[in-house]
Ligand binder design. Structure first.
Ligand SMILES: *Cc1c(COP(=O)(O)O)cnc(C)c1O
Length: 391
């Protein structure tokens, strides 16, 4: 049997007992979701006012060990406002990994700022720091409080670590680098709810963080997102900006700046509250699924299962492998997986290759380019362990 067939057989073995085709990721719901959604409907408060939003924000803050959480309509909106609050202004540059979902770059664009693409670390899939450090030393020069890109003349004001598939990179290293170049750290923790670095929740390590509750994430509120910060002023600003910048008054309807209608509806918050109760169970189940993949790939040549590195403890949101390109051809493997009813996916098309971002500044992106030729995401829904025979 050739290597591709052996790999596909190993994946099928992990997922045996489940209904095929097996999608990449689907949510799990229990009676609790029905209960809270019913209660929300019965309350009459399904939209922009209601107690579930407060409850969701409060419970998330407790879970994350963060002082403030502001719930919003989606993760992209959370990132947009997080960047704005971190001080990103029109014409600034923001360092983001090219290996990310398009929302990371789009949120920068919504601030009329410019993504500046950085490379990825093949082990953690987070931002690569060694090359970045020398790259920044070369291209930046200090002007007053800020560092300016010598080539473009623009301020470089923030860096966005994206915790790929729930894994954290070297966050201490990243925070140190950010301090050296006076960069605000805006965490794109969209995929990383429940992940930890040195015991602390991802999303709560930088100046401000963003989380997503889209339907494909580890928990879902249908659509939704959260802004996370310990800074009370930033939290108040986040709430103000995401609720149309309306001034508090018993009857007057007045606004003091251009705000956004980004508030999470109460109905979505009710679903989020129910899902949050299951988060730890989802992580436990996903950790079992990851263990099965790990065991199945152990002796396969040229297959590296993506693991947590250093002191990071991921949420196992999405299982991924890196396939040695001298042994495997990515499209052949994906095609064989799909033929076998396994709806695996490659990594995102690198952001600097998308038409709207291809002229943005960037460092050498060798690792990201290589990863994009080698990375495959495998079905990872929490319920998949139920179908599989115990190993
Ligand atoms: C899902 C995701 C987002 C955006 O979240 P939405 O809720 O879909 O807007 C942003 N960044 C990354 C890395 C994501 O995976």
């Amino acid at each position: 049997m050739n290597h591709t067939a052996t790999f596909v057989e190993a994946v099928v073995g992990v997922l045996t007992g489940n209904r095929f085709p097996v999608p990449l990721h689907e949510p799990s719901f229990s009676q609790r979701e029905h209960q809270l959604l019913h209660d929300c409907l019965d309350s009459g408060f399904v939209s922009s006012v209601g107690e579930y939003v407060d409850q969701f924000e409060h419970e998330l803050a407790t879970y994350l060990g963060a002082k403030h959480v502001v719930a919003v309509v989606n993760g992209t909106a959370a990132l947009h406002i997080a960047l704005q609050l971190a001080g990103v202004e029109a014409g600034d540059e923001v360092l983001i990994p090219s290996l990310s979902f398009v929302a990371t770059a789009n949120a920068v664009s919504y601030c009329n700022a410019i993504p500046h693409f950085v490379d990825s670390d093949p082990a953690s899939l987070g931002i690569e720091l060694d090359q970045l450090q020398s790259y920044l030393s070369e291209i930046l020069q200090r002007e007053g409080d800020h560092w300016v890109n010598k080539t473009t003349g623009r301020r470089v004001v923030a860096i966005v670590p994206m915790h790929t598939f729930g894994h954290a990179g070297d966050m201490d290293g990243l925070l140190a680098l950010a301090e050296r170049f006076n960069l605000k750290v805006v965490e794109d923790a969209a995929e990383a709810l429940g992940s930890r670095y040195k015991g602390r929740a991802l999303g709560s390590l930088g100046t401000i963080g963003a989380i997503s509750f889209n339907g494909n994430k580890i928990i879902t509120s249908g659509g939704g997102g959260a802004i996370v910060t310990d800074d009370p002023d930033l939290a108040a600003r986040a709430k103000h900006l995401t609720t149309t910048a309306k001034l508090a008054h018993r009857w007057e309807i007045a606004h003091d700046e251009v705000g956004y209608n980004y508030r999470l509806p109460n109905l979505n918050a009710a679903l989020g509250c129910a899902q949050l109760e299951s988060l730890d169970q989802f992580i436990a189940d996903k950790s079992q699924l990851a263990a099965r993949y790990r065991a199945a790939f152990k002796d396969l040549p040229g297959v590296r299962f993506v693991e947590d590195v250093g002191e990071s403890e991921g949420n196992h949101w999405l299982n991924a492998v890196v396939l040695d390109e001298s042994i495997y051809v990515l499209d052949e493997v994906l095609s064989a997986l799909h033929d076998a009813g396994i709806l695996a996916r490659p990594a995102w098309t690198l952001l600097h290759s998308l038409p709207m971002y291809e002229s943005c500044p960037r460092m050498k992106l060798e690792q990201a380019e290589r990863l994009s030729r080698q990375l495959i995401c495998l079905p990872s829904s929490a319920f998949l362990i139920g179908g599989a025979a115990d190993a």
